[in-house]
Design a binder for this molecule. Structure first.
Ligand SMILES: NC(=O)c1ccc[n+]([C@@H]2O[C@H](COP(=O)([O-])OP(=O)(O)OC[C@H]3O[C@@H](n4cnc5c(N)ncnc54)[C@H](O)[C@@H]3O)[C@@H](O)[C@H]2O)c1
Length: 308
């Protein structure tokens, strides 16, 4: 798979970053943008990112990476040989709809057409295409060469084969693909981010804290923990008795906080049990103390990296 051709369409922040990811994995990457000025900047930006990665010990050969990225002014030529097309144009339903119609005509019939869309499910702009079964969203974090997570969001019409091939391509490229089972606006990443942002804005609006102190709580606290554990795993390890006990002890307060702004979200026992079952497949409750120690050791490595 490494060495196969990948096309990136739209060469802004995310397009350039995806080019780095795929070239780092050994793919031949062709990049297109409608804007000639953007196209001209791509080689330099790719090289700069590759040099930075190398300077931080995260890449062995920046020159080799950069040599695998080519820029083209003809969309059909750029896309033609690709096994995977990663669309990275502006977050507009109209622009994506128009572009996907062209991509479906000019790409190889076996190529996967993936959108980097942050919020919009692919069914919003590819549902009428003859080749819709090879279309899906592959939403990255920014920048994807440093944040491995990538959300795979198929529509009901996306084939299992397109999902499987994309999953394999991303895994082989060192990414951590996550499958979103149902199309929802914002997927997982931006729904979680949105929940936090909504509360952050409310806290500033209501004079509870300054914006910089809200940011500090995340960068010096929650975010450090979230570098090694998600919110469920955190709750499980923060409370003796684990996630179920956490929900009993803290659930009522979280319910009241949501209800303050009309969001009444109970955590019924069967939902908590489902989360606990899922979580404990990876983080066994009998090893709670050992898991707490592993968390602390992981946080020590993060602390060393952040202050080092
Ligand atoms: N910036 C982020 O944090 C982030 C994170 C994840 C996903 N995304 C998503 O990635 C996509 C791109 O976002 P961005 O931040 O890189 O935007 P950007 O504005 O930096 O880049 C978009 C590029 O697309 C080009 N473009 C527009 N129409 C085109 C077309 N028809 N054909 C070819 N090129 C075209 C523009 O010239 C521009 O260079 C959006 O869907 C966005 O939601 C962004």
């Amino acid at each position: 798979m490494s060495g196969s051709a990948v096309a990136v369409v739209g060469a802004g922040s995310i397009g350039v970053a995806w080019a780095v990811v795929f070239a780092r994995a050994g793919h031949q990457v062709r990049v297109h943008d409608v804007d000639a000025a953007r196209r001209d900047l791509v080689p330099r930006e790719v090289r700069e990112r590759a040099d930075e990665l190398a300077a931080h010990g995260l890449l062995a050969d920046p020159e080799a990476l950069a040599s695998r990225v080519e820029v083209g002014d003809d969309l059909a030529e750029v896309v033609g040989p690709a096994v995977h097309v990663q669309e990275c144009v502006v977050e507009s339903e109209e622009v994506k709809r128009e572009l996907f119609a062209v991509l479906d005509r000019v790409a190889s019939p076996t190529a996967v057409l993936a959108s980097s869309s942050s919020m919009m499910p692919v069914s919003r702009f590819a549902a009428d295409l003859p080749g819709r079964d090879r279309c899906l969203v592959v939403h990255p974090g920014n920048p994807p060469y440093l944040l491995p997570v990538a959300e795979l969001v198929p529509a009901e019409f996306t084939s299992a084969d397109a999902v499987e091939r994309t999953h394999a391509l991303l895994l082989a490229a060192g990414m951590a693909p996550v499958r979103v089972e149902r199309e929802v606006e914002g997927f997982l990443f931006n729904r979680l981010q949105g929940a936090l942002l909504r509360e952050a804005y409310r806290l500033v609006r209501d004079g509870v804290a300054s914006a910089t102190d809200v940011d500090r709580v995340v960068s010096q606290g929650l975010g450090r923990r979230w570098a090694v554990l998600g919110p469920f795993a955190t709750a499980d390890l923060n409370t003796r008795g684990g996630l179920t006990r956490h929900a009993e002890l803290m659930g009522p307060a979280y319910l009241r906080m949501g209800a303050e702004h009309g969001e009444v979200e109970e955590w019924p026992a069967e939902l908590v049990a489902r989360v606990a079952d899922d979580l404990h497949a990876e983080q066994h409750p009998d090893e709670w103390a050992a898991n707490v120690l592993s968390r602390d050791r992981a946080l020590m490595r993060v602390a060393g990296a952040v202050t080092g």
